[in-house]
Design a binder for this molecule. Structure first.
Ligand SMILES: Cc1cc2nc3c(=O)[nH]c(=O)nc-3n(C[C@H](O)[C@H](O)[C@H](O)COP(=O)(O)OP(=O)(O)OC[C@H]3O[C@@H](n4cnc5c(N)ncnc54)[C@H](O)[C@@H]3O)c2cc1C
Length: 438
């Protein structure tokens, strides 16, 4: 099989792969983007039907192109996917769809990598793994698979009609769990929402979206999570034009809040006694952002309308003052459990020593310790915004710069090696018979 040579292979054509392609092209680096499905596939087929972007159109985008529609609207998942397809066309990204990368390993005795794919073999100087921060749906081992209840991950949830009749236990109250639980409640389902540690910013405050506030307060650029908040998720929603997630209000509307899901036995699910603590943590995060926003307004003299009502919490519902610790699924008519519990990664194709014992990439801002292997789109790759649409674009720029710098070192070496070869050729004894010289 012929081997194709190219400087850089980018694996994955989601937003990360496209951002990488844009910056590599700008740096004049020959590359190919390999995607096993279609451009932005996960936005099309790994999200629920009604999903809209969590950030407004003006914010959750690449600098070079705007979304159609109003800048403050929340684009649907299809619009987001179409946006990336158009973006790929605009930048003439060299994407090859339907190509699965099955193996990347070091070349023997020389720099570079052999990349095996479903469409042939490449030899390259660099590989950028842009395969996404959310690859393998993670379901904790709490309820046995053979328990008499349907269990799915939020990755496979599409709409209420897809689920068996009856009540639903949604585990996880980040943006996915909170939005899915809300949709199910509106569809008339009995919903139990298992609320873990979370932050919940106001959707907007004093007339500006929380994305704007996190930006001006420098919070998207925070480089590492605060100690102790590693497992804290953020609960926001752009659904129905966007609203502040408030678990007390959902309880007022009929949702049953419960603590973190702990275990299962004999048809009963047990919950930790942490609901009040978790809800209080969410409240605290909201109030502290409002405080910082108020300070910012005072300091900068911005004229923004005051919004004292943003601080008013509805009264605690009974499920919060006297939390349920055990749920008999059958007695409660709960036939489905939706696990909105996050994802893990699959880098089994990347056969290079760049992972820690837990299988997580070892890297610094996406640069691994193996020269030529890069990661892009990881949560907190360089900052809080790294896994989001706008954030990955900036991380890609950094990686392209690193790749380009390495190329300059290689070019320097090649030039010198060329000079030495030319010198050797000049010094070699000449023959008068050109046929022998050939
Ligand atoms: C429910 C949900 C909602 C989100 N909402 C927002 C939002 O509103 N705003 C925002 O900024 N971010 C949002 N995010 C976060 C982030 O923007 C998305 O997860 C986004 O899809 C990440 O883009 P990516 O390019 O890094 O990865 P992905 O979109 O996952 O793309 C990776 C691509 O790599 C391909 N691939 C993987 N392995 C291989 C292989 N071996 N060979 C070839 N191809 C391969 C996959 O097919 C895939 O197309 C959301 C995430 C989730 C889960």
């Amino acid at each position: 099989m012929p081997i194709e040579e190219v400087d850089t292979i980018v694996v994955g054509a989601g937003q990360a792969g496209l951002a990488m392609s844009e910056h590599l092209s700008a740096a004049g680096i020959a590359h190919v983007v390999l995607e096993r499905h279609r451009i932005a596939e996960r936005w099309r087929t790994a999200r629920w039907d009604s999903l809209v972007a969590n950030g407004p159109a003006w914010h959750d985008r690449f600098p070079g192109m705007e979304f159609p529609g109003h800048r403050d609207s929340f684009p649907s998942k299809e619009v987001v996917a179409d946006y990336f397809v158009s973006y790929a066309e605009m930048i003439a990204a060299p994407v090859r769809c339907g190509v699965d990368v099955t193996s990347v390993c070091r070349l023997e005795g020389r720099a570079g990598f052999r990349v095996e794919t479903s469409a042939g073999i490449f030899e390259v100087n660099n590989v950028v793994a842009a395969t996404g921060p959310f690859q393998i749906p993670l379901i904790p081992d709490a309820i046995p698979k053979d328990a008499r209840v349907t269990q799915i991950h939020s990755n496979d949830y599409r709409n209420p009609a897809q689920l068996p009749d009856g009540g639903v236990l949604v585990v996880g109250a980040g943006s996915s769990g909170g939005q899915i639980a809300d949709e199910l409640l509106r569809a008339g389902r009995a919903v139990y929402l298992s609320v873990g540690p979370h932050e919940r910013p106001p959707r907007s405050y004093r007339g500006y979206d929380f994305c704007w506030w996190l930006g001006v307060l420098g919070k998207w650029d925070i480089e590492t999570k605060t100690r102790g908040t590693e497992h804290v998720t953020i609960s926001v929603s752009g659904a129905r034009g966007g609203y502040t997630v408030d678990f007390r209000r959902l309880a007022e509307e009929g949702m049953m809040l419960v603590g973190s899901t702990k275990s299962y036995s004999d048809g009963k699910v047990t919950f930790a006694n942490d609901l009040r603590e978790n809800v209080a943590m969410g409240d605290q995060s909201l109030i502290s952002l409002l405080d910082e926003a108020d300070d910012y307004v005072k300091r900068t003299g911005l004229e923004l309308p005051e919004e004292p009502e943003a601080r008013i919490m509805p009264p605690d519902p009974e499920c919060l003052t006297d939390p349920l610790r055990e749920l008999d699924l059958r007695a409660a008519g709960v036939n489905t459990v939706i696990w909105a519990t996050g994802y893990s990664s699959d880098y089994s194709w990347l056969k290079v020593d760049v992972f820690d014992p837990a299988g997580k990439p070892r890297h610094q801002r996406g640069v691994s310790r193996e020269p030529g292997i890069f990661f892009l789109g990881l949560p907190w790759q360089s900052r809080r915004g790294s896994a989001f649409i706008w954030g990955v674009w900036h991380d890609a720029k950094y990686l392209a710069d690193r790749i380009s710098t390495q190329r300059r070192y290689r070019d320097y070496h090649n030039e010198r090696a060329g000079e030495i070869d030319r010198g050797k050729a000049a010094a070699a004894p000449r023959t008068s018979n050109p046929a022998i010289a050939e």
